[in-house]
Design a binder for this molecule. Structure first.
Ligand code: ADP
Length: 322
């Protein structure tokens, strides 16, 4: 089986700006890939190039083994959930979801059967007769998802699928989406600037910065082993320090409680969060931020910590200097 998606050396410039620079990625069916990065890093550009909404200056896009680089979006057999792909307000929920299968030549009855199956998949069976204007934001998002999935595309593209929802709804829909992706054979590419969302939803992560993919791998691996100091900080790691000509990353798990260790520590600083421990180590004076759980299991003001040096990683320091 060819990969569900394979993009090679994909490049797109806007004047002097390299919105996507030689991006290469591949994805197996059933897998979810998050394009993760800050605003302006090129995530949407890559998604639009995959969708066919933009043409690349160079490089290629293959979907399920077929080269679609020069094809228009509707000929690529993709499911799209994009901000600018609004639901059809004049159709009811069922009509919206049956639209794709009808356009691909299914008879009305079959298309509606398919639409009902797909609505069941996203938990909206009760709402098939509703007007679009009578739905909440979360319901509309699920209809959009059902509409994209109804033709059973090999690849589903989602542009910031949860960004317009409020926090409780976003978290609820996030876990629903994860369950849905696990049940589908469809490969999924989603854009997000939220690292927690990427970790919760994706099997693989492509970290983007300045139009380039600077790290691509299994989500858990990218989070456990950020390739550079910038990646580590972007992913929310606090213990990243300039060190010589590069940087060191001290994961929380690199520090454990221990008695009488040779190179150590130690004063405890209670902050508002109650979780900051100041730690002096032979590397120099480092302030390590440790989890509340580790801090909580200690009495008194003094604490001995042990640094597991094998877990401290030296990486390139590619952070912007102040
Ligand atoms: P992201 O999705 O990560 O926020 P984008 O892919 O939207 O990033 O943008 C990447 C870069 O390309 C940015 O510098 C952006 O300003 C530029 N860019 C994107 N689309 C256009 C466009 N249509 N015209 C000019 N510049 C663009």
């Amino acid at each position: 089986m060819p990969p569900a998606l394979e993009i090679s050396d994909l490049t797109r410039r806007y004047g002097p700006v390299i919105a996507a620079g030689q991006v290469s990625l591949s994805l197996e069916s059933g897998q979810t890939l998050a394009l993760l990065g800050p605003s302006g890093s090129g995530k949407s550009t890559v998604l639009r190039l995959i969708a066919g909404l933009e043409r690349p200056d160079a490089g290629s896009v293959r979907v399920a083994g077929r080269d679609v680089t020069t094809l228009p979006p509707e000929a690529r057999n993709l499911g799209l959930v994009f901000q600018d792909y609004a639901l059809f307000p004049h159709l009811r929920v069922l009509g919206n979801v049956a639209y794709g299968p009808s356009m691909r030549g299914m008879k009305r009855v079959q298309a509606e059967t398919r639409a009902r199956e797909t609505l069941a998949l996203v938990g909206l069976s009760d709402l098939e007769h509703r007007r679009i204007g009578e739905l909440s934001g979360g319901q509309q998002q699920r209809v959009a998802l059902a509409r994209a999935l109804a033709p059973r595309p090999p690849l589903l593209l989602l542009d910031e699928p949860l960004s317009n929802l409020d926090e409780p709804l976003r978290l609820a829909l996030r876990s629903e989406l994860r369950g849905l992706f696990d049940r589908l054979d469809t490969a999924v590419v989603l854009v997000t600037h939220d690292q927690r969302e990427a970790l919760a939803l994706a099997d693989a992560v492509a970290l983007m910065r300045g139009g380039r993919v600077i790290q691509f791998g299994a989500a858990a691996e990218v989070f456990a082993q950020p390739a550079t100091a910038w990646v580590a900080e972007f992913l929310g790691q606090q213990n990243v320090f300039a060190w010589g000509t590069g940087a060191i990353i001290v994961p929380e798990s690199a520090v454990v409680l221990g008695e009488g260790e040779p190179h150590t520590v130690v004063s405890r600083q209670i902050t508002e969060q109650g979780e900051t421990l100041k730690v002096a180590h032979k590397f120099g004076k480092l302030t390590l931020h440790l989890s509340a759980r580790e801090a909580a299991c200690v009495d008194g003001q003094t604490l001995r910590l042990r640094l597991i040096e094998a877990k401290v990683r030296e990486v390139k320091d590619d952070r912007e200097k102040e």
